[in-house]
Design a protein around this ligand. Structure first.
Ligand SMILES: [Zn+2]
Length: 208
C-alpha cells in the first residue's frame, strides 16, 4: 500500500508563518539515552507546520480543536491542481465542480516553497463561501493581512476547519482517502497534524 505523507517535518529552523522566531518549535532533551532513557519536552505553536485551524482560532466562542468532529479529517478528498494560479477565487472552484460536503485540498506552487514566501497563493473571500467539509491548502495560511481575516472567518463561522501547510509537490491531482487527525488539545485553537493520503483503491481495500 502506498501512503503519501503530505506533512511538513517539524524541526527547529523550519519554515514558519511570517518567519516569526516565536513560532519556531523547541525540542529540549529532558533525559538522555546515556542515562538509560531518552525523552524530550517539545514546545509547539498551535499553527506550526501542517496544521488545522479550529473555529476558536478566529471566532470568539468558536469550537476548540478537541471538540471538532473527527469525520471532517478522515475520508474521501479531492486534490485540485491550481499550480498556475496566483490567487484562488470562487470561480476557480466553480469550474472544478466542487460539490457540497467535499473535502478539498488545493495544490498550488506553494508546495515548492523552501522558505517563507510572503507572496504565497491565497484564497479570496468568495472562494470561502462553498459549503464543503474541509478545505486544505499548501500555504502556511489561507490568507494574509486581510481585514478581519475574512477568508478564515467566513469558513470558520460555518464550522469548516482549515488544513494549512500541506506538502503536495509529489501528489498527482485526483481523488484520495485523507487522514489528518488533530491532537486532542483541550480548549486550544488549532493543532499540528500528520496528514496522509491513500490512493482510493487502497482505501477501498481497507474500508470496503
Ligand atoms: Zn493556522
Amino acid at each position: 500500500m502506498k501512503i503519501l505523507d503530505i506533512s511538513m517535518t517539524i524541526e527547529p529552523g523550519m519554515t514558519v508563518y511570517k518567519d516569526k522566531p516565536e513560532k519556531q518549535p523547541l525540542f529540549e532533551r529532558t533525559r538522555s539515552i546515556d542515562s538509560g532513557v531518552e525523552e524530550h519536552k517539545i514546545t509547539l505553536d498551535s499553527h506550526v507546520g501542517t496544521h488545522i485551524d479550529a473555529p476558536a482560532h478566529m471566532i470568539k466562542g468558536g469550537t476548540d480543536i478537541d471538540r471538532l468532529d473527527l469525520a471532517r479529517f478522515f475520508g474521501k478528498c479531492r486534490v485540485l491542481n491550481m499550480i498556475t494560479l496566483h490567487k484562488i477565487s470562487r470561480m476557480d472552484l466553480e469550474v472544478r465542480n466542487i460539490q457540497k460536503g467535499e473535502r478539498i485540498l488545493v495544490k498550488t506552487k506553494n508546495s515548492d516553497d523552501k522558505k517563507w514566501n510572503p507572496e504565497f497563493v491565497q484564497f479570496t473571500k468568495d472562494a470561502a463561501q462553498k459549503e464543503i467539509t474541509l478545505i486544505g491548502t499548501d500555504g502556511l495560511g489561507i490568507e494574509m493581512n486581510n481585514p478581519n481575516h475574512e477568508v478564515h472567518t467566513t469558513l470558520l463561522e460555518k464550522g469548516i476547519p482549515v488544513l494549512e501547510g500541506l506538502r503536495l509537490s509529489d501528489v498527482n491531482p485526483g481523488e484520495y482517502f485523507l487522514c489528518a487527525i488533530p491532537l486532542k488539545l483541550k480548549g486550544i485553537d488549532g493543532s499540528p497534524v500528520r496528514a496522509i493520503l491513500l490512493p482510493l483503491e487502497d482505501a477501498q481495500f481497507l474500508f470496503g
